[in-house]
Design a protein around this ligand. Structure first.
Ligand SMILES: [Zn+2]
Length: 150
């Protein structure tokens, strides 16, 4: 983690972010995934420490406390969310997705009380897989910033 303050020069990281224009996915306010140079994504979390922001990036440089361009890109999005007042960018969730998720959880609970362990196990596996697919589908619905911001 590194702290955003006067001691940490972020000019290089910012210049690199401007040049690379990585895609930034917003999971929630303070929680982002930023596209890396290989097309992979790094998780970036931003936390408030008193009057400073602490930034964590899962990339190698970030793990060593360096201000990487993923962090710079996430900070830009973080700042945009604060300035535009969209600090909690929870996109209105499709009501049907909520129903599907709640039904899947009900199926899982019903399977837990089954005495037929083999069938219960199969149901658990199917529900897990469906919930994961649902999560991935929703991740694809998130607004994709970074590339769209001019
Ligand atoms: Zn990084």
């Amino acid at each position: 983690m590194f702290v955003v303050n006067a001691k940490n020069d972020m000019r290089r990281a910012i210049a690199r972010a401007v040049e690379a224009r990585p895609e930034v996915l917003t999971h929630s306010f303070s929680d982002y995934s930023v596209e890396g140079s290989e097309g992979n994504y790094y998780r970036v979390t931003i936390r408030q420490f008193g009057h400073c922001l602490g930034v964590d990036c899962a990339c190698t440089g970030g793990q060593f406390g360096n201000a990487c361009y993923h962090a710079a890109a996430a900070l830009a999005e973080h700042t945009r969310l604060v300035i535009t007042g969209a600090a909690a960018p929870a996109p209105a969730r499709d009501r049907n997705l909520t129903y599907v998720e709640s039904d899947l959880r009900a199926i899982r609970r019903a399977a837990e009380s089954s005495r037929d362990f083999e069938t219960a196990d199969e149901i658990q596996r199917a529900v897990r897989s469906a919930l994961q697919a649902l999560g991935e589908y929703e991740l694809g619905l998130l607004p994709k910033v970074g590339s769209a911001a001019a």
